[in-house]
Design a protein around this ligand. Structure first.
Ligand SMILES: CC(C)(COP(=O)(O)OP(=O)(O)OC[C@H]1O[C@@H](n2cnc3c(N)ncnc32)[C@H](O)[C@@H]1OP(=O)(O)O)[C@@H](O)C(=O)NCCC(=O)NCCS
Length: 183
């Protein structure tokens, strides 16, 4: 494993996703509110395939998706967030993605976890750039990206729906970090 086995914010603790996380995956990916911006409720075969792919990504690349739990109640599943290799429109990218259970929305968790994964991408994995994308209507997701320094790249169609693509380069991130240190 190239990256830490555990990552945490003030309120959430995350560890690499495992095949035993299927019940959590099913809860998240059959929740009507969560899946409204993620292509709709998935069937169990699709959910299992996604889970196996996320677990396989860790084995193949030494980094990948974390599942998060509340620190106050470690049995309370909060959601998932990941860095992963993604081929998109012929481009090989490192993608940042995330989804949380509705009871965790609007409390800064999405932004905080994204910040940790971005740091991991640039400081540990030493990638040049991170890509993230969301439905053009998904204001909350875009805001998580922008709060972490991502800027608009382009619009395009993904999975049949119009999406907005944003990018963050390592250079831009390093310069924002340096500016913050001098504030
Ligand atoms: C998108 C998502 C990850 C955001 O996570 P979150 O923990 O609620 O985000 P935060 O609390 O860190 O909020 C981030 C920003 O978005 C804003 N925001 C949150 N929900 C919003 C909404 N419905 N409309 C507009 N802005 C919203 C917050 O106000 C905050 O901005 P601010 O600090 O300037 O006020 C979460 O809503 C989610 O899991 N949604 C379902 C799955 C999904 O859409 N995933 C992304 C797919 S690309």
């Amino acid at each position: 494993m190239l990256v830490p086995a555990e990552i945490e914010t003030g309120h959430l603790i995350g560890r690499p996703v495992r095949v035993e996380d299927l019940p959590h995956y099913i809860r998240l990916q059959t929740d009507p509110d969560v899946t409204k911006t993620l292509g709709g409720i998935a069937d169990e075969a699709t959910i299992k395939q996604r889970l196996n792919s996320a677990v396989g990504h860790w084995m193949a690349h030494g980094f990948g998706e974390y599942v998060f739990f509340s620190k106050l109640d470690p049995t309370h599943f909060a959601g998932r967030a990941f860095l992963r290799h993604k081929m998109i429109d012929g481009e090989s990218a490192i993608e940042l993605g995330y989804a949380y259970m509705p009871e965790f929305w609007g409390q800064g968790h999405g932004s905080a976890v994204a910040g940790l994964l971005i740091k991991q991408a640039f400081e540990t994995l030493r990638v040049d750039e991170v890509l993230s994308f969301t439905l053009v209507t998904n204001v909350a997701s875009r805001r998580v990206m922008e709060k972490n320094g991502f800027t608009y790249s382009h619009q395009g169609v993904y999975a049949g729906f119009p999406h907005v693509f944003l990018r963050l380069s390592c250079l831009a991130w390093q310069s924002a970090q340096a500016n913050q240190r001098h504030l």
